[in-house]
Ligand binder design. Structure first.
Ligand code: CTP
Length: 425
């Protein structure tokens, strides 16, 4: 069921009905941010906690944030048949955090509290974000329950890795609220997270590179790294082991279980990709890489007034950087990359009077020799730093498919669909 686009009037889409389910775990406090995020985008939010969740966050907090009454039991508001109504009216259900116990109850089809009953009734997309200790996450019962839920079409997100409640660290943390909301919105818009990348290693470049002139000045660009991180997020959620070689990026949440390799310059990025590509199954170059770098780099800050500074700052001689994408393709053809990876490039094009962005992209795909190229138009506020993207995916056999406009998370899912299909073809 997807009623988000249906309208109460031609110009005014009706708010979505979002149910935020909250189970009894320490991460329950993060549910407050999720409720707030949906409220800020105009959604009608109904919080349905379990009784145990109220040990962590009070009912009053959820009522104030959502602007709706909160109950845990099927015996409240019986006159309005609440245990059926909440689920029937929902456009999207997001459960964050979900405990091992709650998932076991959902698998069994229990209806012993309002949240379980709501899930028995709902036909809308359901997104479950589990949070628990690593041992509980890897317990065979939980593993089996997660598989069962996924087989029923429910999206169960991979937990983040990191510090847990005690001194332990590992998989089991609730992802950041913004990540959960972005993924849930993508699921609501039709994105699916098939487990078709389990066991695959993915290397992604993200962000912009900085080419230093001196210790404080550099040549750079305004890439935020959002697209690269979104690609990492979707790949991780589809089961892949993700390494992101990240240049300068905005403050972004780390995708579940991803390894971040921070780099500064194109040369650094080249070396990091060189190392990590060796056993990769997929390599995606989403970084905005500087093609040139200053021929010399001053070791101390150049002074404008001095002779050396005047010369060095008014005229900067540049030398060409290595082409990371093209050299990776060459290494593959020499048999240096053990898994014969699928290689995906990006083309940030503006087009001009004579040639469209798409035509430039076709030439670029041929020049670089990669398998797929995601082409998007940049400039004039498009793409860089934005949360949305669109464009085309070109493939080495001459095929072109449209990447429909969507959040960078939704676009990433389309790119992985194309990359996985290309690998399987
Ligand atoms: N790229 C790379 N190494 C470089 C330059 C670009 O790996 N030194 C990658 C980018 O990450 C992207 C693709 O190549 O995946 C195309 O990048 P783009 O900047 O559009 O292409 P260029 O080769 O720099 O061509 P031009 O700027 O002339 O259009």
């Amino acid at each position: 069921m997807d009623n988000a686009s249906s309208s109460t009037s031609a110009s005014q889409p009706r708010p979505r009905n979002i149910v935020v389910g909250v189970a009894g775990g320490i991460a329950a406090y993060k549910a407050c941010h999720i409720v707030r995020a949906f409220k800020e985008t105009g959604d009608n939010v109904r919080v349905v906690p379990t009784e145990a969740a109220l040990n962590f966050v009070g009912k009053a907090t959820f009522e104030a944030l959502s602007g709706n009454p909160v109950s845990t039991t099927v015996f409240d508001a019986v006159d309005s048949v609440q245990h059926v109504k909440v689920g029937q009216e929902a456009d999207l259900i997001v459960i964050a955090p979900a405990t091992a116990d709650l998932m076991a109850r959902i698998v069994m089809g229990r209806g012993d509290d309002l949240l379980a009953a709501t899930l028995l009734v709902a036909t809308c997309p359901v997104v479950i974000a589990p949070a628990m200790h690593t041992e509980m996450w890897f317990n065979p019962a939980t593993v089996a329950n997660v598989a069962t839920l996924r087989s029923r079409g429910i999206t169960v997100l991979e937990p983040a890795h990191g510090r847990l409640t005690g001194k332990d660290t590992g998989p089991g943390r609730l992802p950041d609220p913004e990540q959960i909301v972005d993924l849930a919105n993508a699921i609501h818009a039709g994105t699916r997270l098939p487990q078709d990348m389990v066991g695959k290693k993915v290397v992604i470049t993200a962000g912009g590179t900085h080419e230093h002139i001196d210790p404080v000045r550099f040549i750079g660009n305004s890439s935020s790294g959002r697209q690269g991180f979104a690609l990492g997020e979707i790949a991780a959620q589809r089961g892949a082991k993700v390494t992101i070689v990240a240049g300068s990026v905005a403050e972004l949440s780390v995708p579940a279980g991803a390894e971040i390799v921070p780099v500064v310059s194109t040369q650094d990025m080249y070396e990091a990709v060189h190392k990590h590509a060796v056993d990769a199954d997929f390599i995606v170059m989403a970084a905005a890489v500087a093609d040139f770098t200053p021929a010399t780099q001053a070791t101390s800050k150049l002074k404008k007034g001095s002779d050396a500074g005047e010369d060095a700052l008014s005229t900067i001689s540049l030398v060409e950087n290595p082409d990371i994408l093209a050299t990776t393709v060459t290494r593959r053809s020499k048999g240096e990359l053990s898994k014969n990876p699928i290689i995906v490039g990006f083309a940030a094009e503006t087009g001009d009077e004579g040639t469209s962005a798409l035509e430039y992209a076709r030439k670029k795909l041929q020049k670089k020799g990669c398998d797929l190229l995601m082409c998007n138009e940049v400039g004039k506020g498009k793409v860089f730093g934005q949360k949305h993207n669109q464009g085309w995916i070109l493939d080495a056999t001459g095929g072109v498919s449209e990447v429909v406009h969507g959040s960078k998370i939704e676009v990433s899912a389309q790119i992985w669909d194309a990359a996985v299909a290309f690998r399987n073809a």
